[in-house]
Design a binder for this molecule. Structure first.
Ligand code: SAM
Ligand code: SF4
Length: 439
């Protein structure tokens, strides 16, 4: 059982967890293969934030129920593992290992149990002080690295499974985060993305006592680091010193992802979001008053229980007011164990879909207008790769926009990982087109 295949669903936290799992497996003598067919051990790192996400893993497992799965060992990791626990063995009897993210430090021991012929093993305790640190993390991208600074969540938004699947909040020490940043800079990484369900709820557990803004600034001062991003911020814990840090330190990217969920204070209250529309808007005003132009993005849930047409209108008005650079929007999805299950007035699916379409169309118009404002400007991009089909390089701006650009054909240099300036010539709703200033 020495070849493994891993498929990751869901957010950046999961993507980064998989990098840690891969590192751990490789150090245990396993080698990674690119297809489940070629693997002895097949792992799915799962997401259960919405029902659709949860169903994906069961579809995948279904494909291997009979002959196709013979001789293979199946493992379910992550949020569905934590949420469903041993019930997964009933739903998919060919699964042998079920492990939640708070128990990944136990992976080597659980693998030994499997190799010893144990038919079913689990790691489901949330009762851990550990943050999953491993020097073995395998990062695929050689320039941009994720660093987890805080795990779990102590909030209890009425719709959300995260507090159940990822356990209580626990922060890493600032020394540990800074040591990892220095190691990554020494290995050639120039961009760091700090991760946490609520990254700005960070509390340094060491005597240094860094606030989130202080940590952000310190990471941005590590020699060799040119860009620092962070996600996701919770509005309740979003303090003005974060904006001051971005204003002072150009290595901190001028982009903040601040999920609002709804523009109606009464919906926010039912969601147990711990802020009102006005309190949220105060944070937006801080960003708009900053010296640097800060891109603002958000998450919205439409059709939460009891959301009236007037509540929904308030969300649409909020989009007009804020002029977000991008919005991730979702239909409310009922999740197990969550407080919202006991609320009245669940909306019909068709009504949620109708609202989602209206919201997405509105936001598309806003994005076309916002991106068009950038035509003619010069932006610094970090080059992520080359698109053979279009003959363009793919760059990312500090604002977190994709800028596809042409570069002099005679220049055969591999630009990937580098930073250069490109002039924006065209704008679409989701990306920009341009040319390198050397054209
Ligand atoms: N901690 C972040 C915050 O408080 O904003 C959000 C993390 S959550 C993993 C990512 C997004 O998924 C949320 O912002 C929310 O919009 C969406 N989401 C969470 N639960 C949901 C549900 N039950 N139905 C629909 N969308 C949901
Ligand atoms: Fe979920 Fe709310 Fe925690 Fe975000 S803050 S992870 S939405 S419970």
């Amino acid at each position: 059982m020495k070849n493994f295949y891993i498929e990751t669903f869901g957010c950046q936290m999961n993507a980064h967890d998989s990098e840690k799992v891969i590192g751990t497996l490789v150090s245990e003598g396993y080698s990674k293969v690119d297809t489940p067919e070629a693997a002895d051990l097949v792992l799915y790192n799962t997401c259960s934030i919405r029902d659709k996400a949860e169903q994906k893993v069961f579809h995948r497992l279904q494909q291997f129920k009979r002959d196709a799965g013979k001789g293979k060992t199946f493992a379910v990791l992550g949020c569905v593992a934590q949420q469903e626990g041993e019930r997964i063995f009933e739903k998919a009897p060919h699964v042998s290992m079920v492990v939640g993210s708070a128990s990944y430090t136990r992976l080597p021991e659980l693998l030994v149990q499997l190799e010893a012929g144990n038919r079913r093993v689990t790691g489901l305790s949330l009762d851990t002080e550990d943050t999953f640190e491993t020097p073995l993390t395998r990062r695929d991208n050689p320039y941009r690295a994720y660093i987890t600074i805080i795990e779990g969540c102590d909030k209890s938004c009425a719709y959300c499974v995260v507090p159940f699947t990822r356990g209580p909040e626990r922060s890493r020490t600032s020394e540990s985060v800074l040591a990892e940043t220095r190691n990554l800079a020494a290995a050639g990484y120039t961009e760091i993305q700090l991760l946490g369900q609520n990254v700005n709820s960070y509390h340094d557990p060491s005597p240094a006592g860094f606030t989130f803004a202080q940590l952000l600034n310190a990471v941005g001062q590590v020699s060799g680091i040119r860009r620092v991003r962070f996600t996701t911020s919770h509005p309740r814990d979003f303090t003005k010193d974060i904006i001051d840090a971005i204003d002072r330190n150009p290595n901190l990217c001028n982009h903040v992802h601040l999920p609002v969920q709804s523009g109606s204070s009464s919906v926010l209250q039912r969601m147990q979001r711990l802020y009102t529309r006005d309190e949220y808007m105060r944070r937006i005003e801080w960003m708009k008053a900053a010296n640097r132009n800060i891109a603002i993005t958000t998450d919205v849930i439409v059709g939460f229980c009891g959301e009236t047409e007037a509540d929904f209108e308030q969300t649409l008005q909020l989009l007009d007011e804020v002029q977000y650079d991008s919005v991730f929007s979702f239909k409310y999805s009922k999740r197990p164990n969550t407080p919202a299950l006991s609320l009245d007035d669940h909306l019909p699916e068709e009504e949620k879909s109708r609202r989602l379409t209206i919201l997405q169309e509105k936001q598309r118009g806003i994005q076309i207008a916002r991106n068009s404002e950038l035509v003619g400007t010069v932006q610094e991009v970090n080059v992520e790769g080359f698109n053979k089909a279009t003959g363009q390089w793919i760059g990312r701006t500090s604002h977190n926009r994709t800028l596809n650009f042409s570069h002099p054909a005679g220049d055969a240099t591999n630009l990937s990982g580098g930073y250069l300036e490109a002039r924006v010539t065209r704008a679409g709703p989701n990306s920009l087109v341009g040319e390198s200033v050397l054209m």
